[in-house]
Design a protein around this ligand. Sequence first.
Ligand SMILES: Cc1cc2nc3c(=O)[nH]c(=O)nc-3n(C[C@H](O)[C@H](O)[C@H](O)COP(=O)(O)OP(=O)(O)OC[C@H]3O[C@@H](n4cnc5c(N)ncnc54)[C@H](O)[C@@H]3O)c2cc1C
Length: 283
Amino acid sequence: MPPFQYACPTTLSEAVALLASRDDAKPLAGGQSLVPMLAFRLAQPTLLVDLRKLADLREIKVSAEGVRLGAMVRWRDILDDEGLATAHPLLKAAVAEVAHYQIRNRGTVGGSMAHADPAAEMPGIAVTCEAEISVLGKSGTRVIKAADFFHGPLMTALAADEIIVDVLLPPWPARRRWGFQEFARRRGDFALAAAAVFYDEDASGKARNVHVGAIGAGDTPLRLHAVEAVLEGRAIDEDAIAKADAAAAGAVNPHDDIHGSAAYRRALTGTMVERALRAARAR
Ligand SMILES: Cc1cc2nc3c(=O)[nH]c(=O)nc-3n(C[C@H](O)[C@H](O)[C@H](O)COP(=O)(O)OP(=O)(O)OC[C@H]3O[C@@H](n4cnc5c(N)ncnc54)[C@H](O)[C@@H]3O)c2cc1C
């Protein structure tokens, strides 16, 4: 790894001051992406600011405003939190697909959001659910909508001195229908494509408030508004599901890469949306 200095502050304000003290300082969460980035020389910060002693960032709070996940909440904490099974089952289902045991023990919500891998589950859930990201920097706090947060692969709206404090997912009604489907080459690998879907049903069985998100299908996690328009206000029957599959494949513009062609990923995205809708309907 390139040489760097290391600091381990005990308060958030101290952490922000350390980050602001140089242009190339970086926060360190669980190190699950940053350490490989250092090893490959893709990042060469001269100062790492370890966030591990900031206990306030480790809280999961469920309240009338929704689910607030502190930036240092790990995947393991989400999976172990029984309340989230009802407070946000979609989040829990998505996080169950993240990586392997060891990585789930160290990888964090804030690290995943800041790393902004387009195939990562948490950013996809944040965009699909219209999450709000609270960040703190030397000029104070700001709240960024998930739709404005991701700018491209490994690129976000964060300024160099800003720390993600928490991510707020809006409240989840008890009777909401949802599905999460992912396809990866091996269990625990990053998604080749994944889809997150939820909707509420009105008294006549029509889908309302439809939200559809795609992961691994572009440079950022995507909200598929064209698919939502197909489904909004109608029953989720076989015809609706077939139309949603086609609309999803048409709505994304993935790249060819070593794992598959763009055409394959487009088709796979449609299939993931189709399966997620079937799961939602059956639930
Ligand atoms: C082999 C492997 C497989 C993986 N598979 C998956 C997968 O299937 N799905 C998935 O979603 N993820 C996967 N990951 C990623 C993993 O889940 C972590 O979420 C991710 O690497 C971020 O790690 P971290 O939280 O330890 O952050 P770090 O590695 O410590 O930091 C990552 C980046 O975020 C910045 N950062 C960290 N915390 C903050 C903060 N609070 N505010 C601002 N910036 C911050 C750092 O400066 C750095 O730039 C995988 C990782 C590995 C190594």
